[in-house]
Design a protein around this ligand. Structure first.
Ligand SMILES: *[C@@H]1O[C@H](CO)[C@@H](O)[C@H](O)[C@H]1NC(C)=O
Ligand SMILES: *[C@@H]1O[C@H](CO)[C@@H](O)[C@H](O)[C@H]1NC(C)=O
Ligand SMILES: *[C@@H]1O[C@H](CO)[C@@H](O)[C@H](O)[C@H]1NC(C)=O
Ligand SMILES: *[C@@H]1O[C@H](CO)[C@@H](O)[C@H](O)[C@H]1NC(C)=O
Ligand SMILES: *[C@@H]1O[C@H](CO)[C@@H](O)[C@H](O)[C@H]1NC(C)=O
Ligand SMILES: *[C@@H]1O[C@H](CO)[C@@H](O)[C@H](O)[C@H]1NC(C)=O
Length: 703
């Protein structure tokens, strides 16, 4: 900064007239001589410091040239008062690579060291902190440093800010590192282990921010935490901490954020929590806490985020929670909470944007008071025992764009049809026809009505909803044909319509199984594949040739229906198709060879139809196995194992190996039921295995 200002003062003349040019040359020479004198006489940067800096030898384009004053080098600041000792190195995001040389410990006056956001490798000199007694600020975050925390008995007692986060450090951290002057200590996102470096002696009197998250810390939270009386932020999530929360933690009157998710913490959450009246964020999700949510929680009137999901909390929502009027996110998903939900008064929670109470045992009707929470953008109440109707008043929730109420006993959902982008009422035992009110929901992008008892036919108007790109009507009782109008879905037929869809961020993740048996969690609508799932209904008639218009579709599943006729050649116009399932129908005729030109097709099944002739070869066909084609006695050719078709003129090869169709059938069946199991489990958020999601997610985050 300082050097930048100096640079501005030097105005270089850009136009030189000839007579003045010669004069300038002389002047230049004079200045050069003066500069030489200045270098030898006046105190520029300290010689030892300069040598130390040169030995650092960072691999980066820095103007660190031995012939210039090192106080003018990139990122270097010298002490102006004394003999120009180097006091600060500030080179964040400068593309530095190489190691941090032990030579750095020769810069004995250094107070400020910022080498964050570079690509530094190797370990730190063990005496880094003890050899630099004036050091106040160290930021080495976002590098590739390894090895243990630089540790020695008598390190700088001026240290205030230590940030070694987002590296690959490991080993333990002794609590003596946290000298009384330290106010910010951030070692998150490394592989540190052992116990939390807080001593029970109470000498961390300045500590304000303590971030230990994403490491491998174990054991219980030390009682000494209660003596860190200035602590405002304590984050130690994504570790292996166990035991219960020590009562001492409730002595931290300044605490604004307590984040301990993804540990093995257990025991009840005691009423002592009501002392933490400054708390804004309380994140204890994915632990093993049990007992009820403390009645005193209403004392935390500044609370903005309360995330207690994936624990074993029981009992009802404490009425006092209604006093947390600043609450914007309330997520209690996957606990064992019970009671009439309508007994809780939501109307005071006017800032609430995200509410997730799914996978609990709440009963009774949807609380009327919920409809007055005008800030709500996402509601997830799936997998409870809620009954009754969704009131038309839900229309008043103008910001609502996500509603998931799957797996409840709700009946009339007509009131919910409005400005939703995502409408997921899967597995709700819905009867009757696809509700015609949906035809008016022009904003609808994702529709999941799977696993219900919906009858009637697929309405043609679905083909004209301008934003719809994901339709799952599978596992219902739908009859009739494949409507030609459906083939006109704007987003799936024209690129322009697709580009205009606002696939913005979702407040709560939806779980769907798009392409494979591995579930994925989508926070971004743009990550959902454009898809039509109509499997396991009673659809009849032929697949219309107009299907070739759905050029932008990625997944088409028409399996387990009664479709007849041939596979339309036009399917090969669906050039983006990744998965095509036509299995278990009554399709006849041959397999169009042109399907081989679908370059992205990675999954194909036409099994169990009445198809005939030679399975085409070449292109993607060479990647499919017999399971894609089995159950069609009339098919022959490469993967089927039958080298000749009954009526085909191909030469008969004797003892053509008969494949073990029975075994393959079993494997296929297993594959299908596996897929459906996950489909239901994650699509509907059933209680079953949902607890595993965070653990898998955690592994993904850690790797
Ligand atoms: C090095 O570059 C900085 C700008 O990045 C400049 O202010 C400084 O004068 C240069 N130092 C030398 C010795 O060239
Ligand atoms: C610690 O550093 C990480 C980045 O590595 C950052 O995301 C986090 O917010 C920091 N913690 C605190 C408490 O500032
Ligand atoms: C939750 O409690 C049930 C019994 O009430 C127990 O079987 C289960 O292991 C507990 N889960 C956790 C994560 O502690
Ligand atoms: C909310 O706080 C007020 C005092 O500020 C108290 O009288 C009331 O009982 C509290 N409400 C609940 C539901 O706890
Ligand atoms: C199709 O749905 C019925 C219920 O409607 C169910 O019993 C059956 O198992 C499903 N079949 C497949 C293959 O998913
Ligand atoms: C399919 O593509 C062919 C060209 O490959 C084109 O002539 C035909 O009109 C397309 N059909 C449809 C239904 O888009």
């Amino acid at each position: 900064m300082k050097h930048d200002k100096e640079k501005e003062k030097v105005k270089v003349p850009t136009i030189l007239t000839l007579p003045s040019f010669r004069l300038l040359c002389y002047l230049g020479q004079l200045v050069f001589v003066l500069l030489l004198l200045a270098c030898s006489a006046s105190a520029a940067c300290d010689g030892l410091d300069r040598d130390a800096l040169l030995s650092l030898a960072f691999k980066a384009p820095l103007n660190w040239s031995a012939s210039t004053d090192c106080c003018l080098w990139d990122g270097i600041t010298c002490d102006p008062d004394e003999q120009s000792h180097v006091v600060a190195i500030s080179l964040p995001s400068r593309g530095l690579s190489g190691v941090v040389s032990p030579a750095i410990t020769n810069l004995t006056r250094l107070t400020h060291l910022d080498l964050s956001h570079n690509s530094l490798l190797g370990s730190l000199p063990d005496d880094l902190l003890s050899a630099l007694p004036s050091l106040e600020f160290v930021d080495l975050s976002f590098n590739r440093l390894i090895g243990r925390f630089p540790q020695s008995s008598n390190q700088s007692s001026h240290l205030q800010i230590i940030n070694l986060s987002s590296n690959f450090f490991n080993g333990t951290i002794p609590s003596s590192i946290l000298v009384p002057s330290v106010s910010v200590f951030n070692v998150s996102n490394n592989s540190f282990s052992g116990s939390i470096p807080v001593s029970n002696g109470g000498n961390h009197t300045s500590l304000t921010f303590l971030d230990l998250s994403f490491n491998e810390f174990t054991y219980t939270i030390p009682l000494g935490i209660g003596l860190c009386s200035k602590l405002q932020t304590f984050r130690a999530g994504f570790n292996d901490l166990n035991g219960s929360l020590p009562d001492e933690i409730f002595m931290l009157a300044d605490l604004k954020q307590l984040s301990l998710p993804f540990n093995s913490l257990s025991g009840p959450l005691i009423d002592g929590i009501m002392n933490l009246t400054n708390l804004r964020i309380l994140e204890l999700y994915s632990n093993q806490f049990l007992g009820s949510i403390p009645g005193g929680i209403g004392n935390l009137f500044r609370l903005e985020k309360l995330l207690l999901y994936v624990n074993n909390f029981t009992g009802a929502l404490p009425p006092s929670l209604a006093n947390c009027t600043n609450l914007s996110t309330l997520n209690l998903r996957l606990n064992n909470l019970t009671g009439e939900l309508s007994a809780f008064n939501f109307s005071t929670l006017q800032r609430l944007t995200t509410l997730d109470l799914s996978n609990n045992n709440f009963s009774g009707e949807l609380p009327q008071s919920l409809y007055s929470c005008k800030s709500l953008t996402a509601i997830k109440l799936a997998s409870n025992q809620l009954t009754g109707e969704i009131s038309p008043e839900i229309v008043a929730l103008e910001s609502l764009s996500f509603l998931s109420i799957s797996t409840n006993n709700l009946t009339n959902v007509a009131g919910a049809f409005r400005i939703l982008k995502v409408f997921a009422i899967a597995g709700c035992q819905l009867t009757g026809q696809v509700p015609t009110m949906l035809a008016k929901v022009m904003t609808l992008e994702v529709l999941d009505l799977s696993f219900n008892l919906i009858t009637g036919s697929i309405p043609g108007w679905m083909g004209s909803l301008p934003n719809l790109f994901y339709v799952d009507l599978s596992n219902n009782l739908l009859g009739g044909g494949f409507p030609i109008a459906f083939c006109g879905m704007p987003v799936l037929t024209t690129k322009e319509a697709g580009d205009m869809v606002d696939r913005s961020y979702l407040e709560l993740p939806v779980f769907v199984v798009p392409n494979s048996a591995t579930y994925q969690q989508y926070n971004q609508l743009s990550n959902l594949p454009p898809a039509i799932y109509l499997g396991n209904n009673s659809l009849t008639g032929s697949i219309p040739s107009e299907i070739g218009r759905l050029k932008y579709i990625l997944v088409l599943d028409l399996s387990y229906n009664n479709f007849t006729g041939s596979i339309p050649e036009q399917i090969s116009n669906l050039t983006n198709l990744e998965k095509l399932d036509l299995s278990y129908n009554h399709l006849s005729g041959g397999i169009p060879a042109s399907l081989g030109s679908l370059h992205f097709l990675s999954s194909l099944s036409v099994a169990y139809n009445d198809l005939q002739g030679i399975v085409p070869s070449g292109g993607q066909f060479d990647t499919f196995t017999n399971s894609s084609f089995e159950g069609n006695p009339g098919l022959c050719g490469f993967p089927t194992g039958k080298l000749s078709c009954p009526q085909s003129p191909l030469p008969v090869v004797s003892t053509a190996q008969k494949s073990n169709t029975h075994g393959i059938f079993k494997a296929l069946f297993f594959g299908i039921s596996f897929g459906i199991f996950f489909g239901i489990g994650f699509g509907l958020g059933l209680n079953i295995d949902d607890k595993r999601i965070p653990f898998i997610a955690r592994r993904m985050m850690k790797t």
